[in-house]
Design a protein around this ligand. Structure first.
Ligand code: FAD
Length: 400
C-alpha cells in the first residue's frame, strides 16, 4: 500500500536515523511485533520493560509508514466531539475515551523524559468554530467537557481576536495538548528498547501467518520463520491486508510545512494547537524552528494516484485557508506531503484480540489521535500479554 508521498517535514529534518538489519535467518521470540512505526515502537517499549523477549519487524525502512507523515499534534480531543460521541456510545464511555487520550499525553511526556527524547512540548489546544453556525456546537461541547471535568475555557469572538489574532465566533481553549515528532520518537523508543534486548529488523515483509495451538509462525517474503508465543499486529492502515473484517475507512489527507519565519513569531499565542469545526477540519501547529505546519483538506478516497496529483492544489488551498485567518502573515509552503488516513465508525481505535486469529493482539490507532491511541494500545496489550486485567480494554474491542 502506498501510505505517503511528497516531502514529510520530519524526514527532511532528521533523515535516516539508524540502519536496522534485514532478517536473514529464522528466529524464536516471546512476542513478534509486525510494524516499526510509533505503535509498534511503543508496544515494544512496554513489553521489553515488562521483561519480555521481543522482535519488531517492518516491511519498510523503520518509520517510513504513516509515522513519518504525521504532523504530530497530540490532542485528547477526538475526531468526534464529545457531545456527539456521547450520543453514539454513551456519556460515560465517551468521557472515559477522552480521559484516556488526555492521560496518554502525560504518559508520552513521561516516557520522553525517561528516554531523554527532547522534541516534546506541552501546548494548549484551541478548537474554534469555522462558521457562525458552529457557535452552538462549540457552546454545547464546552458545557459537556466542563461538566466532565476537563480543563477548558469558552472564548468569544473578541478574546479569540485579542489572544490569537484571527476571527472566529467561538472557541474552546483546552489546557491539555502537546506537540512532538513521531518519527524521531519512534527511533528514540526503539533505541531505548534495543538496550533492553529488543531486536529490530526492517525491509522484511511478513507474507504469511500460521496460527498454531501454542503460538504463531510468521513467514517472511524470503522464507524465514519467526516463531513466537504471541504476535502484536501494529501494521497501521495496511491492516486491511491482514484482516477481512472491515474496521477502517481509508481516505487521503494533506499537510505542509512553511518556510521558517525569520522575524519574531508573528502568529498566535503560546504555540497553541489550532483546529476547527470544518469537515474535513483544518489544523495548525508551530515547530521549534519557527515553521507553521498546516493540514487538512482531506478527500474521501484511497487512491494514491489520484491523491498524489492533488498535492500542489491542496497546498495552495491550505495556504489560502491560512491567509484567510491570518492575512498579515505570509505563509510560504516549503515542504508538502500527502498521506493515507483512516477513520472508524466511532473515531476510536481497535485494540486487543480478534477471535479468528489466536495469540494475536492488534494495536490499530486510526484517526487524528493515532499517536495517543498508540500509547493506549501499548498499555492495554502489555497488560493482556502479561496477564493483568485492564478495565478499559473493552472500549476498543473488535466486538463493540
Ligand atoms: C498527514 C498525516 C498527518 C497526521 N497527523 C497526526 C497528528 O497530528 N496526530 C496524531 O496523533 N496522528 C496523526 N496522524 C496519524 C498518525 O500518523 C498515525 O496514527 C500513526 O503514525 C500510525 O502509526 P503506526 O505505527 O500505527 O503505523 P505506521 O507508521 O504506518 O507503521 C506500520 C508499519 O507496519 C509495517 N507493515 C505493514 N505491513 C507489514 C508486513 N506485512 N510486514 C512487515 N511490516 C509491515 C509498515 O511498513 C509500517 O512501517 C497523521 C497521519 C497523516 C498521514
Amino acid at each position: 500500500m502506498n501510505l505517503t508521498t511528497g516531502y514529510p517535514y520530519w524526514l527532511i529534518n532528521s533523515g535516516l536515523q539508524a540502519n536496522y538489519p534485514k532478517l536473514e535467518q529464522s528466529v524464536k521470540t516471546d512476542v513478534a511485533i509486525i510494524g516499526g512505526g510509533i505503535s509498534g515502537a511503543l508496544t515494544a517499549y512496554y513489553l521489553v520493560n515488562a521483561g519480555l523477549n521481543c522482535i519488531v519487524v517492518d516491511a519498510r525502512t523503520v518509520g517510513l509508514g504513516s509515522t513519518c507523515a504525521s504532523t504530530s499534534l497530540l490532542q485528547y480531543e477526538l475526531d468526534k466531539p464529545l457531545c456527539e460521541l456521547a450520543n453514539q456510545i454513551g456519556l460515560q464511555t465517551a468521557v472515559r475515551s477522552y480521559r484516556m487520550c488526555s492521560e496518554s499525553i502525560d504518559t508520552l511526556q513521561s516516557i520522553s523524559q525517561k528516554i531523554k527524547f527532547t522534541p516534546f512540548e506541552k501546548q494548549k489546544s484551541l478548537f474554534f468554530a469555522a462558521y457562525k453556525k458552529d457557535k452552538k456546537l462549540i457552546e454545547k461541547e464546552f458545557l459537556i467537557r466542563k461538566k466532565s471535568g476537563f480543563q477548558v475555557q469558552l472564548l468569544g469572538e473578541k478574546e479569540i481576536q485579542q489572544q490569537f489574532g484571527f476571527s472566529s465566533p467561538a472557541a474552546i481553549l483546552s489546557e491539555q495538548g502537546a506537540t512532538t515528532d513521531a518519527y524521531m520518537f519512534t527511533h528514540a523508543l526503539l533505541k531505548a528498547s534495543i538496550k533492553k534486548g529488543l531486536q529490530v529488523f526492517d525491509r522484511t515483509v511478513i507474507s504469511g501467518i500460521e496460527y498454531k495451538k501454542t503460538g504463531v509462525k510468521l513467514i517472511t517474503e524470503k522464507g524465514h520463520i519467526i516463531t513466537a508465543n504471541k504476535i502484536v499486529n501494529a501494521s497501521g492502515y495496511e491492516i486491511t491486508e491482514f484482516l477481512e473484517k472491515k474496521i477502517v475507512n481509508l481516505h487521503s489527507t494533506y499537510a505542509l510545512a512553511s518556510e521558517h519565519i525569520q522575524s519574531p513569531m508573528p502568529v498566535w499565542k503560546d504555540k497553541t494547537l489550532l483546529w476547527n469545526t470544518a469537515d474535513p477540519y483544518l489544523y495548525m501547529r508551530l515547530t521549534t524552528d519557527n515553521r507553521i505546519i498546516i493540514g487538512g483538506r482531506d478527500e474521501d478516497f484511497y487512491s494514491p494516484g489520484k491523491r498524489d496529483k492533488l498535492i500542489k492544489k491542496k497546498s495552495a488551498l491550505l495556504k489560502n485557508d491560512f491567509s484567510k485567518l491570518f492575512p498579515a502573515t505570509e505563509l510560504i509552503p516549503e515542504f508538502c506531503w500527502t498521506g493515507t488516513f483512516g477513520s472508524t465508525k466511532d473515531a476510536l481505535p481497535y485494540i486487543g484480540t480478534y477471535a479468528k486469529t489466536p495469540h494475536t493482539y492488534y494495536a490499530l490507532g486510526f484517526g487524528g489521535n493515532g499517536i495517543t491511541f498508540s500509547v493506549i494500545a501499548a498499555e492495554i496489550i502489555c497488560d493482556m500479554i502479561t496477564g493483568k486485567k485492564n478495565k478499559d480494554a473493552l472500549l476498543y474491542s473488535f466486538n463493540r
